[in-house]
Design a protein around this ligand. Sequence first.
Ligand code: AMP
Length: 397
Amino acid sequence: MKILVINCGSSSLKYQLFDMDTENVLAKGLVERIGIEGSQMKHVKTGAEPYTVVTPIKDHKVAMNLVLEALLDKDHGVVKSLDEISAAGHRIVSGGDYFKKSVIVTDEVMDAIKKCIPLAPLHNPGHIMGIEAIQHALPKMPNVVVFDTAFHQTMPDYAYMYGVPYEFYEKNRIRRYGAHGTSHHFVSLRAAEFLGKSSKGLKMVTCHLGNGSSISAVKYGKCIDTSMGLTPLAGVLMGTRTGDMDPAIVPFIQKVTNYTADEMNDFMNKKSGLLGVSGVSSDLRDVEEAADKGNERAKLAINILEYGIAKYIGAYTVAMGGLDVIVFTAGIGENSATTRAGVCKQLEFMGVKIDPEKNNIRGKEAIVSADDSKVTVVVIPTNEELMIARDTKRLTA
Ligand code: AMP
């Protein structure tokens, strides 16, 4: 069974074709700058050289046709007929509180995804275009949608509600939705499997630390709290996002800068975080390098990040009434041994003990805590695409 996983943005289309008998990726690629000058498709058949097509791509339908042609191509392709592709699975950033799990696409499902556009204005319109494009090209093939928000739908109301007047929840759906749910779900299941246990018996904190970062409390396999909120701006310090701050800072900065609401949003999402504090870069590798050379603001940015992550782990230990496993994943979590060590050092009083030698790894599954640590600390590379492919198979096989 072959499943095509699609992640569409407003001007991009990422894809991976999985052979679900082996869970191997047969081919993957990226169409960029859809509808903009300089559009191109980069396609890679596993084990072969990349194949690039530079051509005007006016919309997602043209992009999807290019992808399907590449998958069929006699030199670069991996299927003889498009009938070999059983279904497509689509990543959807926001399903609001309409979707608690992945579902097969119907007209009603499309309407609900459209209703969630105000919650993900930069993402959901692109996802919709991607679904419509493949429905147009392959009208008989089933499509499944997998939501970044779905895994967090098990949070209790006191964790997802904010202290604003209740009518803003009723009328405007203001509440915590969280993000990266597919990643938190995948790593929580995989970490348990890797440790030879069931996630239903574990209290875990999963730390997805990348350009965007979020932390979740996963108690007995269910998410009970997560650090991102109505939008992905909340939580720990990120590459260019502020993370949590006193909400009164917003009107304060608007008054001193005359920023409009949109400009303020841009400032908090794109100019803050590691970049804004360090003045060096949004990329932790650059910030770590500057800190090593003695840059005080770079050191401060790293300290804010590690302290913030440790505080969330402490808070979620309270939320779960204990802690068995800490999972690190995504660009920073998988690769930065110093971040993992810096966070865990602050949790030593809880019996968290890192083994520096075991922690000296990058991008692979490993236990990085000491044998006598009360809490097991693991690195689990995330694989959101595989999670989407598995859900798609489960719902369509
Ligand atoms: P992601 O959004 O998951 O792709 O993660 C991207 C982030 O991972 C980048 O901002 C980098 O700062 C970070 N990253 C990747 N590799 C390393 C590394 N070797 N050391 C520290 N940070 C890293």
